[in-house]
Write a protein that binds this ligand. Structure first.
Ligand SMILES: Nc1ncnc2c1ncn2[C@@H]1O[C@H](COP(=O)(O)OP(=O)(O)OP(=O)(O)O)[C@@H](O)[C@H]1O
Ligand SMILES: [Mg+2]
Length: 367
């Protein structure tokens, strides 16, 4: 989050003048992923585009690499900090293997209260900013994209930050003096990519039954992390015109529980008997899911997000608004972009949707 933002923000404002800082650091504590970035004041003043983000973090098995690390926290039995992010994931798996996991506290995908004092950040040096607001400033300052209508004085546009747990929406106008004006209170909803994950879990429930899936979720935490990691990777790799099914390896624990609950019946038979018999197939312990079903995982979340954006567009200040900027991790998805385009271009005045490069970093890389 930049301290140079010219926006008239709802966020809190630091009391120390910007010029007295030699460095500006940004912390993005998200529901799904968290990260940091920093830039040197001198370089910013010289117009250098040099916001430094952390080297990508990797999961223990090196299968996933991301610029933000999962919002996962491990506390020891004394409730003291042990690890955060991929490291917490790895340490929890190790403790599980040693049978010591029940004594520690492992939190995933949580929303945090910012306690700057406890973190050693002096209050006068801290600014809290709304993600969609800083993302709007980021889009104004983006290099290498040429002139966009959002750069023209008088242009009113919507910014939606679709993250892991929530969607934040603001309506901004570019003023003649270059500043941004907040045109209404914006909006938002508690919908993000965790809804897509929930739809996948519901799909498993419809195939294998609620008691089996519930037992699996309760009893096999490490395998739950693994199947959700597989889904996360598969989901991120999905493109709009994909024809190939999504393949998810079924963990041994889920297979064991399903067999137990179905008199030893083979999992492939259970899949064949389910409502998804034509859309899902089990082979070599891997569930192959037809893309039409995978698109449905995105559908209800995207329809809800589109409804929220439409509500913001109902404001009389949004009468001339034809542009939408999408940021946040979910904005990378071409499936999400397509659904929102379809929903908004037919039902509102929105004619153009802009997704900046690396939309999940828009909040961190703003200057
Ligand atoms: N290509 C993609 N397709 C679908 N989802 C994606 C893609 N890339 C990232 N995501 C999802 O975006 C989410 C992370 O986005 P982001 O980093 O903006 O969330 P966050 O800041 O943690 O959440 P919030 O702002 O709601 O607290 C992850 O849950 C991830 O699954
Ligand atoms: Mg976020």
């Amino acid at each position: 989050m930049s301290v140079t933002s010219s926006i008239k923000s709802r966020a809190s404002v630091a009391t120390v003048p910007d010029a007295s800082f030699t460095m500006v650091a940004a912390l993005d504590v998200g529901t799904a992923y968290s990260g940091y970035a920093y830039a040197y004041r001198k370089e910013m003043d010289e117009g250098m585009d040099n916001v430094i983000v952390n080297n990508p973090w990797s999961s223990a098995d090196k299968s996933t690499t991301t610029y933000k690390t999962p919002t996962q926290l491990l506390l020891n039995e004394k409730r003291e900090f042990e690890a955060f992010g991929y490291e917490a994931q790895k340490r929890y798996a190790e403790l599980h293997q040693q049978g010591r996991h029940e004594r520690c506290f492992y939190f995933k995908k949580f929303r945090s209260k910012i306690a700057s004092g406890q973190a050693g950040i002096p209050g006068e040096a801290l600014r809290l900013a709304l993600e969609s607001e800083v993302a709007s400033v980021y889009c104004q300052n983006m290099k290498g994209v040429g002139k966009l209508p959002i750069h023209s004085p008088g242009c009113t546009y919507v910014v939606a930050d679709i993250g892991g747990g929530i969607t934040d929406i603001v309506l901004h106008q570019k003023r003649t003096d270059g500043r941004l004006k907040e045109m209404n209170k914006g909006g938002g909803c508690l919908v993000g990519s965790s809804h897509v994950e929930n739809s996948f879990l519901q799909f498993l429930v419809r195939i294998f039954g609620a008691p089996a899936v519930r037992e699996f979720l309760d009893e096999c935490q490490i395998e739950v992390i693994d199947i959700l990691k597989q889904f996360e990777m598969a989901k991120k790799g999905m493109i709009s015109d994909q024809a190939k099914p999504l393949s998810i390896g079924i963990p041994v624990g889920l297979e064991r529980i399903c067999r137990k609950k179905n008199h030893g019946e083979d999992l492939s038979v259970i899949v064949q008997r389910s409502m998804y018999r034509d859309k899902a197939k089990l082979a070599d312990n891997t569930l192959h899911i037809d893309v039409t079903i995978c698109r449905e995982f995105f559908n209800s979340a995207c329809l809800e997000i589109a409804k929220c954006i439409r509500n913001v567009l109902l404001d009389h200040n949004a009468k001339e608004c034809t542009m939408l900027i999408l940021v946040g991790g979910m904005a990378s998805s071409t499936i999400v972009q397509d659904i929102l385009k379809q929903e908004l271009e037919s039902k509102t005045k929105i004619q153009r949707i802009i997704v900046p490069p690396e939309p999940e970093l828009a909040v961190l890389k703003v200057k």
